[in-house]
Design a protein around this ligand. Structure first.
Ligand code: SF4
Length: 233
């Protein structure tokens, strides 16, 4: 397929319309979970192709278009190759593709503990109740704060977590305001993570300490271990 045709067939519009029985998969790999209360646990990561957002500091741009089509059963078979009961479905924006929902159901039915990492711009209401949803809230520094789907915050349950990736003090103040407005720390674990190479973790740590909000400083484990673009495989 020539590059232009490939971009067109993997546009967000066509991915949204893909049938539920197959998924465009960017990669499936075994590593450590990086950014949640599950961080540090061995985990199979299933990365779906495509994202409707363009965060300024995105580190998975390679997942916007690249990937291959696989049936849901092929994805589950690939996951089974690894002896690991924890699976994360991520992207890109995994919820973009309709097949993401039945894939997570299948993985839950197969006995896996399933995490979903989503950018927060699409509805999380249809996700299987057994899935642990890790929801990003986009801050102004990402350039995508307008894309937040605020209704998602009201849908959060006891299995879920929220993550803010912060580039500067403006992002920090924005995140604190959202946390307070939606009473997030009373409801779910809340993670504040600095943009790698832009905000010093020690500076963010001091802001969190001084603010006194019960949020958690979260460092991007995979970047500390393996650098900006790799994941240790
Ligand atoms: S939502 Fe995630 S994958 Fe999409 S642009 Fe933002 S950081 Fe990248």
């Amino acid at each position: 397929m020539d590059p232009q045709t490939e971009v067109e067939t993997t546009s967000t519009t066509s991915l949204r319309k893909a049938d539920q029985g197959r998924l465009r998969i960017n990669e499936i790999f075994y590593s450590l979970q990086g950014e949640s209360t599950w961080a540090g646990r061995p985990c199979v990561l299933v990365r779906l192709t495509g994202c409707q957002m363009r965060c300024r500091w995105c580190d998975t741009e390679y997942a916007f278009y690249e990937g291959e089509w696989m049936s849901l059963d092929e994805v589950v078979s690939e996951v089974r190759r690894h002896d690991c009961e924890l699976v994360e479905v991520t992207g890109g924006e995994p919820l973009l593709q309709p097949g993401c929902l039945p894939l997570m159901e299948k993985l839950c039915d197969a006995g896996y503990t399933v995490l979903l990492e989503t950018g927060g711009g699409l509805d999380i209401g249809e996700v299987d109740a057994r899935v642990h949803r890790i929801l990003d809230v986009k801050c102004p520094g990402s350039g995508e704060a307008e894309a937040n789907r605020w209704e998602n915050l009201e849908l959060l349950g006891e299995r879920d977590e929220v993550k803010f990736v912060l580039a500067d003090r403006t992002d920090f103040d924005f995140a604190c305001e959202v946390v307070r407005r939606h009473r997030l720390v009373e409801r779910v674990p809340v993670h504040f993570s600095p943009v790698f190479g832009e905000l010093e973790p020690a500076e963010l740590a001091a802001w969190i300490r001084d603010e006194g909000l019960a949020v958690r400083l979260q460092l991007q484990l995979h970047k500390l271990l393996w650098g900006a673009t790799t994941h240790g495989v």
